[in-house]
Design a binder for this molecule. Sequence first.
Ligand SMILES: [Fe+2]
Ligand SMILES: [Fe+2]
Length: 348
Amino acid sequence: MLIHVIADEPAKISKIREMLEPRHTVSASLIDDAPKGVTAASLLVDADLRNVETIASIRLALPKVRGVGQRLFIVDRRARAAVVQAYSLGASSVIPTPLDARSLQQKLAMLYPTIANDTEDAGPPTVVSNAAAALASMFDAVLNGRQLDFAEAQIATSEVIDAVASNGLTTWLDNVRRYHEGTFQHCLLVTGVAVDFALSLGFHAGDVKRLGVAATLHDVGKAAIPLEILDKPGALAHGEMAIMQGHARLGYDALRGVGGVPDEVLDAVRHHHEFLDGTGYPDRLTAPDISDLVRVLTIADIFAALIEVRAYRPPMAREKAYSILQEMAGPKLEKALVTAFRDVALTR
Ligand SMILES: [Fe+2]
Ligand SMILES: [Fe+2]
């Protein structure tokens, strides 16, 4: 496959060439030396997205590479604003640093599973990119203490509802897992699963929307959690776990002052980790205080977390994930809802 690399330093180009050649054909240019008439299936951008001049140069360079299905941006994981910038420049997917050959190859293999058949990849559906960009902008607002745009969450959610209703949950899950990773992948999966669960239960349109918006926003407090903890592979230490669990309250605090956010949505953001038996957090609620919306969202959240695609482990099969929910049904999750979730988990 032909990949064109745009970078702000020659060393970055050399490093990417080493990782990709000879398996892929690589052409490259520095951002100020914009290529003319290059055609490539995929574009890889590795540059400092905190630099305004660099961003302007990238904006000029991008349209000059033709035929591109995928625009992959390599982004410093410590600079979260860079992720927002990447999406605003038209990234179809973001690869976090530190970059290593194995994860880059894995990403390309995931994006181009049919490469042996020489099939072109048209890139992520617009609705997936739009929803990811909306999440990026909401996370950026929370991280920087700005007020989040609730209308943006509503619009992104409506688009997800339309996509899941028209193309089915499996298509949504496949597209999200193929093009996104980490917290955005998780939030997009939870929203798709929650919306499909609501549709399968015959919820009215207003309730589908309310649940969908709660799912879109449920983990927005993670914007304030350090990335070393958020993206840590494997188990968290005790102190790290306490910080991580703070995200439910932080999300609630970030949304409380935003106009128009319904009380049920605020409640769902704060309480999506509560369990019926009182073993959840942050308020150790028990069954009488846990709303139906929260009960549905919690099931969608756990299921989505189990089927996530992570670089360091294979994704869990939907059947296995559902069997874990069945084990939690009764003491922690509402049994009737877990039974009703079967169709969503396995067949839709
Ligand atoms: Fe959460
Ligand atoms: Fe979550």
